[in-house]
Design a protein around this ligand. Structure first.
Ligand code: CA
Length: 223
């Protein structure tokens, strides 16, 4: 699980990073709003921990921008004691939860677990892209009503791409999501799987959903 931590106070950031790393999450730290927003826009995370008062760009503006870009990654806001206004605004803007500073690391860890669990529970509906329907509960895929049989890995890759539709995903990002361990040696397998997925999903339809992004990787495009 990749977590993006956008927080400018080094001591707090260090403590959060140490705790979550010890719990086997991968934590990336951005110490200002601009870097944080760019990472959140162009990389894939399971969760974003977002401070409100930040140099460069404040947390609420980052949140607003992410939701406007249809990035639905869960956001845990870190708010200052007594700052009820930001808390309310943050939840209105689509934050999933908040923690008031100062907080105990046990509390943070519990919230993180809860948000990640909630996120995985949401993965029970169907994702529709054009005439492609991915039923993530039954793990069934149809295109224009025709059943498509995928292997388990092919399904995982297609599902991951569908959750991140209209975003270019690098081979490394896909490999990291699918294989976790030793993923850096698996990037060539991504090409092989994509080739097979394409054959099954796109070859019989006029609209090609899976696009190759030169020099980077792949994207599912929803017209
Ligand atoms: Ca701050």
């Amino acid at each position: 699980m990749n977590i993006l931590l956008i927080e400018d106070e080094p001591t707090i950031a260090q403590n959060i990073k140490e705790r979550l790393t010890a719990e086997l999450y991968r934590v990336e730290w951005a110490n200002n709003g601009i870097t944080g927003l760019n990472k959140a826009l162009f990389e894939i995370y399971s969760l974003i921990i977002l401070d409100i008062l930040l140099p460069g760009l404040d947390g609420l503006s980052i949140l607003k921008k992410l939701r406007a870009e249809k990035i639905t990654t869960p956001v845990l806001l870190l708010t200052a004691l007594g700052d009820t206004r930001s808390k309310v605004d943050g939840l209105d803007l689509g934050a999933d939860d908040y923690l008031t500073k100062p907080f105990a690391m046990d509390e943070l860890s519990a919230r993180v677990r809860m948000l990640l669990r909630r996120k995985s529970n949401q993965k029970t509906s169907s994702i529709c892209i054009d005439d492609l329907i991915i039923d993530t509960t039954k793990r069934e895929v149809t295109r224009d009503g025709r059943t498509i049989n995928l292997t388990s890995k092919e399904f995982q890759i297609l599902e991951f791409m569908a959750y991140n539709k209209n975003r270019a995903l690098s081979r490394l990002t896909i490999a990291e999501h699918i294989w976790q361990d030793n993923y850096d040696t698996m990037t060539n397998f991504v090409d092989v799987h994509i080739k097979n997925i394409r054959k099954k999903v796109d070859s019989d339809s006029p609209g090609k959903l899976i696009q190759t992004i030169r020099g980077l990787g792949y994207m599912i495009k929803d017209e």
